[in-house]
Design a protein around this ligand. Sequence first.
Ligand SMILES: Cc1cc2nc3c(=O)[nH]c(=O)nc-3n(C[C@H](O)[C@H](O)[C@H](O)COP(=O)(O)OP(=O)(O)OC[C@H]3O[C@@H](n4cnc5c(N)ncnc54)[C@H](O)[C@@H]3O)c2cc1C
Length: 483
Amino acid sequence: MVTDAGIPLQDKPFVTVGGGIGSFVMADYLRIAGGLPTSDIQVVSNLSHPWQTYEHLATASQIALDNRIRSDAASRPDNIWGFPSYAVSEAIRKRTIKPLMQVLVEPVFADFYTPRLRAVLESIDREARRIRYWDMLERGDVELVRRRVGGGYFVVHADRRAAEPVFRAVRCRDVHLAVGYTGLQFLPELQEFRERMNDFHHVVNAYEDHEHVYQALRLKPRTVLVRGGGIVASRVVERLIRERVERGTRTQIVHVLRTYVAGKHGKHAWARRRGQDGFAYQGFNYPKSVWGGQLKAEMRRLDADARSEVYREIGGTTTAWRREWQRQMRLARSQGWYRVLNGTFEDLKPDGDGLEARLRVADGGLSIRADFVIDCTGLNADVTEHQVLGDLLQRGGARMNGLGRLDVDRAFAVRGADSGMGKLYATGAATLGGPFPGVDTFLGLQIAAQEVVDDVARRGHCRRMGPMSSFAGWLRWATGREI
Ligand SMILES: Cc1cc2nc3c(=O)[nH]c(=O)nc-3n(C[C@H](O)[C@H](O)[C@H](O)COP(=O)(O)OP(=O)(O)OC[C@H]3O[C@@H](n4cnc5c(N)ncnc54)[C@H](O)[C@@H]3O)c2cc1C
C-alpha cells in the first residue's frame, strides 16, 4: 500500500515519534548507552528543537527564563548520569556556594533547590549538539504507526510546511512514542462559553499566551478569577500579585478551588501531605520515592487494581510550598485583595465589557462580576483524541490501563502492540497509570528511556552500558566531546 501510494520509503532501525523532551532523552540514551550511530535513529517531529513545546508551555504559564522550575537539581534531561547536578553547575558557573548550601539544608531550612528555566534549556541545547540530534531529525506530522506483515512497523508522516504536504514513510524495527499531551484542557463551562461567545479574550487557559490580561490590568482596576490549585495557578497568582505590588495595578484576585485543603491530609500517618489555605503542598508532583525509592519498587510489584488504589492515594493536584509565594499571599490576604472560594463554575455570561460568573459554593450559589477568567486546570491527556495513539488503540493492538492511558509493561513496551521482531515503546504523559508513576517529568523520561534501551540491548539490537563505558561516556560528556 505504501509503495502503491507512491510514498518514498526509507529504512531506520529505531524511530522516535514526537521530538520533544521524551524523544530527545531517548535519543541521548540510545546514542550514549546503546552506542547507536545517528544513522540508526530517526526522530520524526513537528518541532524544530526538542524543548520547543516545553519552553512555550512554561513561558505561557508564567515561568520566565530566569525563574526556577519545579524539579530538583539532579533532574537533568541533558545528562544521563545526573551528575554534576544543576546545583553544582550553577555553583561553578556563578562562583558561589549558595546553591550547594541550599541543597544541603533543603527542604527544612530552605526551599528545594530547583534550576532556572534558562539553564535547563541551554543544557539541552548543548547536549543536543553533542549527540548530533539534528542529524536524526526529520520534520513531519506522524499520521500513522502501523505494524508490518514482515514484523516491525511503518511510520507514515507528512511535512506540512510547504503549500502541498510531502508524505514519507519509514520502515523500522522499533518505534518509540513520546507525543506529550493532546492539547489544552478547559473546564467544560469555560470551553462552552468561549465557543458560544467566540470569546477567547476574557476566558483564557494559563498554558496559552495570555499576556493581554496582565496588560489590561495595568489600565484600570479589574477582577480576575483564577481556577485551579496546582503549580500553574500558584505562578499565575504570583504574577498577579507582582503586577499589583511592583506596577501598582489594583486587581482583585478571586481564586476558585474545587477542593479546599485546610490541613495535613493522607491515609497514612507517616505519609501525610501538607495542606493550608486551600492548597495541597508537595515539593514535586509525586512523592520523591517514586523516582527511585520504595514507592518505585512497590508500584512495579503491584497488580493493576492495587496500583490504581496507590495512584488515587498519591495523586491529586499539588503545588510547591515556597517561602516567597507564602509571603506574597499573606500580604495579599491581609490587604483584602486576594480571596479563596471553595466552589465550582456553574455558568458564565457576558456582562458589559466583562463577565458574570455563577459559582456553586458550599452554601448555595454565588454571582461574581469579573473581567477575566484564567483557567489553570491543565492539559488534555486523552489518548483516544491523539491521531496516532487513537489509531493504535483501534487497530494496532494497544489497550488502555486503569487510568485510561496506554498500557505499558515495565520496559515501557505497549502491551499487545509488538510486531514480530519489532516492539512499540511509549513514554511520557500517555503512559501514566502503569508500573512507574513519575512518567511525565524529566527524570521519569530518563528512567523510562533507560528501561527501553536496556530492553533493546536484551533483544540484541544495541550494546549494554557497563561501568567502564559509562565512566568513559561521562568523561566525554564532562569535556563536551561530540559523539
Ligand atoms: C509548564 C510545565 C512545567 C513543567 N515543569 C517541569 C519541571 O519542572 N520538571 C520536570 O521534570 N518536568 C516538568 N514538566 C513536564 C515536562 O515538561 C514533560 O515531562 C516533558 O516535556 C514531556 O516530554 P514529551 O516528549 O513527552 O512531550 P513534549 O515535550 O510536549 O513533546 C511531545 C511533542 O510531540 C509532538 N507531536 C505530537 N504528536 C505528533 C505527531 N503525530 N507527529 C509529530 N509530532 C507530534 C508535539 O509537538 C509535542 O509537543 C513541565 C511541564 C509543563 C507543561
